[in-house]
Design a protein around this ligand. Sequence first.
Ligand code: HEC
Ligand code: HEC
Length: 285
Amino acid sequence: MWEKKPVLLLIMATGAILVGTIITMVLPFAWVNTEADRIESVTPYTALQQEGRDIYIRDGCNNCHTQTVRPLVAEVIRYGDYSKSGEFVYDRPFLWGSKRTGPDLARLGGKYPDEWHYKHMESPRAMVPKTNMPDYGWLADNQLNPQKIKRKMDVLGFPYTDDEIKALAGKNEMDAIIAYMQKLGSDIPWREAVEITIVGDLQNPFKGDAAAVSAGKLLYMENCAQCHAEDLSGDIGPELDGANYDEAELFELIYLGIPDGGMPPYSKLGAQKVWQMVNYLQEGQ
Ligand code: HEC
Ligand code: HEC
């Protein structure tokens, strides 16, 4: 029938394809990035952060790191609430990525103190022994060019002041990329929204168990020594003395971390391992 009438077939086929295109491509443009998707607390990048973002792209960090939390239970537990489109309105281009050799960085801001980042960028293995992330210490040797950054801010239409541009003099690429990393995810109050609850009462299951103390020591060296020093004398984080806390307090502190204090939560290790570290801190010295 129709296949013998090429012109009619062409019109029908084009129509069918157009309907599909409109439904899957054109309509979503009208549905996303509307005012309703905007998140008021999300602000544009400062000049320093924007430059850090460009360095992140130039050096291909996005080949190993994503910046989006997918709406899957396992991801939300690991990284926090899933990403919303309003979080990316100032990302040009967006850096969601698709390859996770390293962890997702969408919610990185505030997880670590600046000092941790400087050390980690200079030598990732000094902080995480088994990582395959390359060293980026050389970024600190490259000074920023304030005039060039000013031009970028103009093109993007992001606000800045002359004082901000002046303040870029003397800063290097390492300062910029770390300022950018501290901005990631920090505009939305997701940490307050996450409620990690400790199930059951806080009973130390390993009291007086010497094996737990040595297991706790190994866990401490792996997870904590980078910030509190191998001999507990303190470095990025304070000196630790388990005697200052009762065991339930210490468990809670390690399990939940100190949000915005630069002390990450260790709930991801599970309660058993956190108790082993409590035992090490209280009995192992
Ligand atoms: C070859 C892959 C690779 C590249 C390239 C890479 N990373 Fe990583 N990155 C990793 C891995 C693996 C980890 C996990 C272990 C660690 O912390 O080093 C990681 C961890 C991190 C962390 C710590 C995240 C956390 O939540 O603990 C930050 C921050 C980071 N990378 C930033 C960067 C930046 C910035 C760049 C680009 C200048 C970069 N990475 C390039 C593989 C990579
Ligand atoms: C990224 C660096 C970092 C890592 C890793 C880290 N901490 Fe901390 N920790 C800190 C900082 C910074 C503080 C101080 C936070 C504050 O008081 O606001 C702190 C505080 C603490 C405190 C309270 C100390 C006091 O006297 O106030 C304890 C206990 C503690 N950490 C234990 C641990 C344990 C155990 C681990 C490993 C499971 C660990 N930390 C891993 C940075 C870190």
